[in-house]
Design a protein around this ligand. Structure first.
Ligand code: V47
Ligand code: SF4
Length: 390
């Protein structure tokens, strides 16, 4: 039986309304917010998984992308007080946190000299003294040292603060950073856009419109960006659909988003520790609905340090086609929030084998999803012994 016939057979086992939504998806038609909501409310794991997998394989076949990157977190001192955040320290308690100098950041970049990384991911807290000028210099220094290294940096939350302090319009600020060497933006800071939730979990930082305007300006400047959604806390299914709808609308206008990244809320050591975490079944349903709803997003990413390696493997059957990267990392944002991954770093061989174990084809990509190397038939021992691959 072809996979499409298998999916059609699963559709027949559901209600008429779910069957009709499934047929729409198989015919590559867009689903409405009401239909998206119904998928969350009534879709079974097998129904959602079969459909999401069909969409994933239609777009990407068996390919599962990863990149070789490292993270720099300039500081964990932050002027904001998001209740889900386990990582930041308020300015008054900055002695408990860290603040990297320009030289320290450059030294981290230099420590990768001769290693085949293609991307540095720079994200941190919003420090009142680390301003636009400071980061323009950092970007220029990194580019002067390693021009081919793609710099993906700064959430819309960091940029909103930076631009306002520098008294620049979003367009001016974005242009200046782009000129200094910023190549693209990560998707953080989106959380949940709907004000009913945003006011409760992160009232003091940039709102939905501000976040979306910054990404739109980046797209108009010719840069690509990602988008995230922090799920599994106090939000309802309707809030998730509202969030995805706003992103889908912007993507229709600009086409500048590469990847949608659902981020599972982790509850250790933050003001929301009393909120339970979502179950694995709910996680997989969310990934599947995201794949079905975000029809104009080319890629769906599972961020393995937060989900854990085995759950990240599972997502590859629920619509996901990207596992981020090797993430050689001093990153604390997830280990501090309760992720099982205390040292978020995987070798290329480990990542390749994780992907192969679930029958997928590992493909190394650059930040913009140009393929660098297909690891389908590469021997794991070769990967371990070849310095250009590690
Ligand atoms: O915006 C903070 C999240 C985000 C918690 O674009 C938490 O490639 C779960 O956006 N539980 C920052 N999540 C990280 C981010 C990201 C990560 C990897 C790749 C990319 C990309 C972007 O981390 C924040 C927030 O949503 N976060 N605290 C927590 N307790
Ligand atoms: Fe600051 Fe980001 Fe933590 Fe919010 S999530 S408190 S903006 S570091």
């Amino acid at each position: 039986m072809s996979t499409i016939t298998q999916v059609e057979a699963i559709l027949k086992t559901t209600s008429k309304e779910l069957e009709q939504i499934g047929e729409k998806i198989l015919a590559e038609q867009r689903i409405t917010p009401e239909e998206g909501l119904l998928l969350f409310e009534k879709g079974t794991l097998s129904y959602l998984g079969a459909l999401a997998n069909q969409v994933r394989e239609r777009r990407h076949g068996n390919k599962t992308y990863f990149n070789r990157n490292f993270h720099i977190e300039p500081t964990n001192v932050c002027v904001f007080t998001c209740h889900f955040c386990s990582y930041s320290r308020v300015y008054a308690h900055r002695d408990e946190g860290w603040e990297l100098s320009q030289q320290q950041m450059l030294d981290i970049v230099k420590s990768y000299d001769g290693k085949p990384v293609t991307e540095v991911h720079i994200v941190g807290g919003v420090h009142p003294k680390m301003n636009m000028e400071f980061f323009v210099e950092v970007l220029k220094k990194i580019k002067a040292h390693r021009p081919d290294l793609h710099i993906k940096g700064f959430t819309a939350v960091e940029l909103d603060y930076m631009f306002r302090k520098a008294k620049l319009t979003i367009e001016e600020g974005m242009h200046r950073l782009h000129e200094a060497g910023l190549d693209s933006m990560p998707g953080g800071g989106a959380e949940i856009f709907h004000p009913d939730v945003r006011q409760v979990i992160c009232a003091d930082k940039v709102d939905a419109d501000g976040w979306l305007k910054i990404h739109e300006a980046a797209h108009r400047e010719g840069m690509h960006t990602n988008a995230t959604m922090l799920y599994g806390h106090i939000e309802t299914y309707a809030h998730r659909i509202d969030h995805m709808q706003r992103l889908r609308d912007l993507q229709d206008r600009t086409g500048g988003f590469n990847t949608f990244i659902p981020l599972k809320f982790r509850n250790k050591d933050n003001d929301m520790s009393h909120v339970s975490e979502s179950s694995i079944v709910e996680d997989m349903k969310l990934y599947a609905v995201a794949r079905l709803y975000m029809d104009n997003f080319p890629h769906l990413k599972a961020y393995w340090p937060m989900l854990g390696r085995q759950n990240a493997q599972l997502t590859l059957s629920f619509g996901v086609n990207d596992l981020d990267g090797t993430i050689d990392d001093t990153t604390k944002i997830y280990s501090m929030a309760g992720s099982e991954e205390q040292t978020p770093s995987l070798s290329t061989a480990q990542l390749v084998s994780l992907i192969r174990q679930v029958g997928r084809e590992p493909v190394e990509r650059d930040t913009l999803y140009n393929e660098i190397k297909n690891y389908k038939d590469v021997d794991l021992n070769t990967i371990n012994s070849d310095p250009s691959l590690n």
